[in-house]
Design a protein around this ligand. Structure first.
Ligand code: MN
Length: 517
């Protein structure tokens, strides 16, 4: 291995901002991506795959800004084995202190026939791509896409040729989630055994969870010689998702006796990272999700509760605080001043300018009036709800709803569209939320459909802030998630709808992506 100074160290390559961003409906803004990247740096991942620069201007900007602003990890941009893709990635990473270009091409018989090339042509394209990437930076990763279904002898040839061309990391993707652990482990072992120059690159894996085996396949690869794992927070990603960062890291950490490996991840940052990603992507973590699910450390049966009290180790293989589970603390009340708010927001990792602090403070005072005690989670929700860098085409100016057991629910909304004059409409519906949505749809003259609607309390108690997430789809099957936060769930619903509508407007301008690694 290239990192032979420490052969048991596993490199954690986070692709939340690239692969998980391809989750249907996910639509992170550049600012949200940067916020997640700062948290990933705190989590101390080794590599952040920040986007696919050629795919959109937003991705290009995200890769460029994260590469230049976020200190610590290597910042990586994805590129197909096409010169214009690679040059665009190179341009995005220009000036970044630790750039990496990740280029890929399909090597399975299925992918080769799809592009109408011969295996020899594809191998040459891979070599050309690596050489071109090398002209931009030294750190080059190559992925033979769909490696798990690639004929092994050919796979070995492609790996040998791309390492000879200068690839410093070779990633073996199970692009479609087809692999099973023993077979996948054998594939990795054979690469280590049969590719003569394999010691000049780090071997990586990228697994998908279509059969629920993304984590175990990644671990099987590690026990057979791989030393980089590509993974995402909360296991998000295309289709059923990727290897989940928290699972693979905590498996390595908790079962160090078995694996004999380690990472440099700061595990106490896991839960905050999970929450941030969940909130910004609008995808709730299932309660039974290992490590980061709400029930992951809850013990419900009486016997277990008693057992935990007597000796935690009886029933807990991990200490919840080691992954960052802590009690949410009261930090601020209505009497807290602007200075206290700014201080706390800085501690929470927000980088806000003066105007944004003022905006956040106004909103904080309103919430604190209604809610009395404002927790960290509330503050984060307020700031993320208030401060967005997306062009707000549609803004809520006024909302009035009527509902009850003996009245037809109705709503009146007044919106600002493109900052222009107010548009006002009324409508009725099955309930106040439906009536509000009908009124907004009439006001903006759209036929979008609500695909999903979800609501949850940010902190506990009846006066908690409610967070609504809404997924909207349009006639062209574009999809966008929006979120809104308020102590009033109808208002939160209206804001979430408008946020989704604003994001959908951006989505409609972005070309659809082809499948990737
Ligand atoms: Mn993938």
């Amino acid at each position: 291995m290239a990192n032979s100074d420490n052969k048991n160290r596993v490199i954690i390559f986070d692709t939340t901002l690239r692969d998980a961003e391809q989750t249907p409906g996910a639509s992170l803004t550049v600012r949200e991506k940067i916020e997640i990247a700062y948290q990933l740096a705190k989590l101390n991942v080794d590599v952040i795959e920040a986007g696919f620069p050629i795919s959109s201007d937003e991705d290009f900007t995200a890769v460029r800004r994260i590469g230049q602003e976020v200190e610590g990890p290597i910042v990586c941009g994805l590129a197909r084995a096409i010169m214009s893709d690679i040059d665009r990635a190179g341009e995005a990473l220009k000036g970044a202190p630790k750039p990496r270009i990740h280029t890929f091409i399909g090597t399975s018989a299925h992918h080769i026939s799809m592009v109408g090339k011969s295996p020899a042509d594809v191998k040459q394209m891979a070599v050309n791509a690596v050489e071109r990437a090398k002209s931009h930076c030294d750190d080059v990763e190559f992925s033979p896409m769909d490696a798990a279904r690639t004929e092994p002898d050919y796979l070995h040839e492609v790996i040998e040729a791309t390492i000879a061309a200068g690839a410093t990391t070779i990633n073996i993707p199970d692009t479609v989630g087809y692999a099973v652990p023993e077979q996948f482990g054998t594939l990795i072992r054979n690469i280590c055994k049969k590719v003569p120059n394999v010691d000049q690159a780090v071997l990586s894996v990228h697994c998908h969870d279509d059969l629920g085996m993304a984590t175990i396949n990644a671990l099987a690869a590690l026990t057979n010689g791989a030393r980089q794992v590509e993974c995402t927070m909360n296991g998000l990603g295309e289709r059923a998702g990727n290897t989940s960062l928290e699972e693979v890291v905590m498996a390595i950490t908790t079962r160090g006796d078995y694996f004999g490996l380690h990472t440099q991840v700061k595990t106490t940052e896991i839960v905050s990272t999970s929450r941030l990603v969940s909130r910004l992507m609008g995808i709730v973590v299932p309660p039974n999700k290992p490590i980061v699910g709400a029930n992951a450390f809850a013990h419900s049966s009486g016997i277990h509760q008693d057992g935990v009290l007597k000796s935690r180790e009886n029933f807990e293989i991990m200490d919840p605080t080691s992954v960052g589970w802590t009690e949410s603390s009261i930090v601020l009340t209505a009497r807290s001043g602007r200075h206290a708010l700014r201080h706390r927001l800085e501690e929470l990792g927000f980088k806000l300018n003066k105007e944004e602090i003022n905006q956040a403070y106004e909103r904080f005072v309103k919430v604190a009036d209604k809610k009395k005690e404002v927790f960290d989670d509330d503050l984060m929700a307020i700031v993320e709800d208030e401060i967005r860098d997306i062009p707000a085409r549609y803004q809520l100016d006024y909302l009035h709803t009527v509902s009850g057991t003996s009245t037809v629910p109705s709503a009146t909304v007044r919106l600002k569209i493109d900052g222009e004059d107010d548009v006002q409409e009324s409508a009725w519906g099955d309930g106040p939320v439906d009536a509000t949505y009908q009124a907004i749809k009439t006001a903006v003259k759209t036929d979008v459909k609500v695909k999903e609607y979800g609501i949850r309390a940010i902190t506990s108690g009846a006066e908690a802030l409610g967070e609504v997430t809404v997924t909207l789809t349009d006639a062209e099957k574009n999809e966008a998630k929006g979120r809104g936060v308020s102590t009033d769930v109808i208002e939160a619903s209206a804001k979430a709808f408008l946020d989704a509508l604003n994001r959908l407007t951006i989505k409609q301008t972005i070309p659809k992506r082809e499948p990737t690694v």
